[in-house]
Design a binder for this molecule. Structure first.
Ligand code: SAH
Length: 395
């Protein structure tokens, strides 16, 4: 059994940090040396130590010194964790009540007021991710509560995936939380469309679940058209379009991603003949296609984050402009361009700037739709960092 919580350490906050907590921002940036070990519960106090502002989980040695779980006097105990999980799972039960989608985000960290804890569901399997050592210690402390909550919604296996913080390219560490080890490949459905997900070698927790609604959108917009899907990964945009009668070209630098995509095409009963899977650098592909005069009616661009930190932002914006110009260069007159960004440092307005007439080198496109995080990836109004996803439709 877990204790209510270990001994608390006080963490005094300067006025500006205290104000951010009051507004619901869940991160306390490090100022000075460590005051506790990772996973310790910290009691957040005002600068004079007179007022309790809330409670958080400490992360030793990290730029984010603590993640805030409660605001005000509430204790950070088992009952609170149980309640937060129940609330998050109840939301998804409503969102996915029709049963046509079996892979979705069950718990979205800060956005579900469970900072540092992320859980994705793939059918009966849960893949858990923690951000920071503190979140991991806190999660392991509540492993029994988590298991009970997940089993209660039909999850039979859960695995913790810990990204390698030192070497970003290295494979994540995997720790079984409960149940039999999940298979490397699982089959799920998104709006009724079957997908194969590579839990073994795949990126993120296996799939980019945040683009689900946009994949469906591309199925509608691309029906019967020539669709170019850049940075295609497991081919989700292509498959939705292919099922609507499009001919598709999927481009990704990772050839193993195409294998997963082709398996999903097969699963959905789409002949992969007539659909191209190109293992290439998207920039080089676009340059070559332009030279050859190739054109598509719908172009999707969904690159990896170009701005991993605020420092790289201006370089990232220049890279988006360059990419968008190259996409506009192969877009048929009257065509549709879907441009995405998953960089949290790039705001929606910043992103719109990378799609202006000068960036695209043409002056015929209008911005029709601006989509953000889907409902299973909720965010907090006071935490703009959570709203990382942009998906803009121009035509
Ligand atoms: N659109 C996908 C997610 C894309 S993730 C979906 O809906 O699931 C980004 C992808 O870009 C990764 O699969 C990665 O392999 C690929 N990638 C990264 N750099 C690339 C490059 N220079 N050219 C082509 N693909 C690239």
């Amino acid at each position: 059994m877990t204790a209510a919580h270990p001994t608390e350490t006080a963490l005094r906050l300067e006025t500006d940090a205290a104000e951010k907590v009051r507004r619901g921002h869940p991160w306390i940036w490090r100022r000075g040396g460590d005051v506790a070990s990772s996973g310790a519960v910290v009691r957040l106090e005002d600068a004079r130590g007179q007022l309790v502002l809330g409670r958080g989980i400490y992360d030793a040695g990290s730029p984010i010194a603590a993640r805030v779980w409660t605001v005000g006097a509430d204790p950070l105990d088992d009952a609170l964790v149980r309640e937060r999980l129940a609330r998050a799972f109840a939301l998804r039960a409503t969102l996915f009540a029709d049963g046509t989608t079996t892979a979705y985000r069950l718990l979205n960290g800060e956005g579900d007021r469970t900072p540092g804890w992320v859980i994705d569901r793939y059918g009966e399997i849960a893949i858990v991710r923690t951000d920071g050592d503190g979140a991991r210690v806190h999660l392991e402390r509540h492993a029994a509560i988590l298991e009970e909550a997940l089993r209660g919604i039909g999850i039979t296996s859960a695995m913790l995936r810990v990204p390698n913080r030192v070497n970003r390219g290295a494979a994540p560490e995997r720790v079984e939380l409960f149940g039999p080890p999940p298979p490397a490949l699982v089959q799920v459905r998104e709006h009724g469309v079957p997908f194969e997900v590579d839990l073994g070698a795949g990126q993120k927790t296996g799939a980019f679940l945040d683009q689900r609604e946009n994949r469906r959108r591309v199925g509608l917009l691309g029906a019967g058209k020539r669709v170019l899907n850049l940075f295609s990964y497991a081919g989700g945009f292509s498959l939705h379009a292919a099922l609507a009668g499009a001919t598709t070209t999927s481009v990704d630098i990772a050839s193993h991603a195409h294998k997963t995509a082709q398996a999903s095409f097969k699963l959905a009963g789409v002949e992969s003949r007539g659909h191209a899977f190109v293992a290439a650098d998207a920039f080089a592909f676009l340059e070559d296609a332009k030279k050859k005069g190739k054109r598509w009616d719908l172009v999707v661009s969904d690159p990896p984050s170009f701005a991993p930190s605020e420092k790289n932002k201006s370089r990232a914006l220049a890279a988006y402009r360059q990419l968008h110009k190259a996409c506009a260069g192969v877009l048929e007159d009257g065509g549709t361009f879907c441009a995405a960004s998953c960089s949290s440092h790039v705001t929606a307005d910043d992103f719109a700037d990378t799609l202006d007439d000068a960036a695209l080198g043409r002056s015929d496109l209008r911005l029709l739709e601006m989509h953000g995080n889907p409902a299973d990836h909720p965010t907090l109004p006071g935490f703009p960092e959570g709203r990382y996803l942009k998906f803009f439709v121009l035509t």
